[in-house]
Design a protein around this ligand. Sequence first.
Ligand SMILES: Cc1ncc(COP(=O)(O)O)c(C=O)c1O
Length: 442
Amino acid sequence: MTTIKSLSTDSSKKSILPNQYFTLNTDKDVWTLTNEAASLAATNSRNKDREMLNLGQGFFSYSPPDFIIKDVQRVVEIPLVNQYSPTRGRPNLINELIKLYQPFYGNNVKLDKDNVTVHTGANEAIFSCLIGLLNKGDEVIVFEPFFDQYISNIELAGGKIRYVPINPPKELNNRVTTGKEWEIDWDILDQSINENTKAMILNTPHNPIGKVFTREELLRLGDICVKHNILIIADEVYEHLYFTPEFTRIATLSPEIAQLTLSVGSAGKSFAATGWRLGWVISLNKELLNYVAKAHTRICFASPSPFQEAVALALPQATKLNYFKNMQQEYIKKFKILTDAFDKLNLPYTIAEGSYFICANFVNVKIPKDYPFPEELLSKGKDFRISYWLMNELGIVAIPPTEFYIKEHEHAAENLLRFAVCKDDEYLVKAAERFQLLKEYL
Ligand SMILES: Cc1ncc(COP(=O)(O)O)c(C=O)c1O
């Protein structure tokens, strides 16, 4: 039996028990583990005279666009912009979000302020959806691989997770594959639905595999949700980063699907400003959204005011400057810098249809069997050891994607590493050159 930690130092006093969820889940999260290991790797004899190239966590190496930086500088000068915002978001931002999203819903619906809530990052938006709508024992369908925060967010809200695989292509280890070839296991999805199924979290474009779900896939999912009355939390934080001819938003597929859907966006991802912690939820179902708003009020009351005002000013400029379309073109170039490097090495990878991640396959990289891995990595997926080896031997930091799987299914991604390309081109070119050192190990 697991013993729960007590914070008491004096045994004569009643013990102070921290939240059981955290005392039972004591493994370090992948971000902490990777960042700590990378700091240590930076001091080894191979790395100490060269720059560590961090393609791990998805933060940008470059600044948000000039126009939005200027907007922030301007708005902090306004006294009230430094004070609390209305809990559902500042009117200027809500109005601009309505203008941004209205065209996707067509002329038959008219979005208004009650269709929007503003949050402290997409993560808090998703957490508010779950806290606002789940009761203890409600089940949530999560597709594997998953963004790791979903898991704790569902469990903290009292929910139970049903994992449904997005199966990798059979030839994942042998050739370059596409996001499209990763397919939902429809049979398992079917078997996972029962009377307790309350919600489904769907991420498109997908972190980490870069899949952009097709209209057909989304229609099939939407129809299942309508049939069983299942809520859809559509995590669309990479909505502007797709390289397919179209990006379909599940909420726009039918009025019935729209009534079940909460669509989540992120200013951090859209404006290279992950530290601003600003996100939102859009839903045609105002009643559902009211509960999301109530949860948000209790979690953090309101979200950062200056960033809300700055994003409100930036959105129309982004449209005018074609910022999102230009960003797509820039990212096609960024991906190519890395895929050219992988091609030279004959390293298979999954072509990203969207998001800013690419998964490369290290199955052919020969890592010495007796390599001195730290104890804490021995029970983890093989990719944790590949990632450790790569940062120590090449000075390149990546994320091991088995963290986005449950233990029983992690073999699906055990040879993969996830690289973030949200870095400036020069940085990516340096990484591409550094990758060529892998030749020695192939
Ligand atoms: C799939 C996915 N959803 C949500 C988030 C959280 O976004 P935010 O930084 O706006 O909280 C991330 C961040 O990495 C993500 O990759």
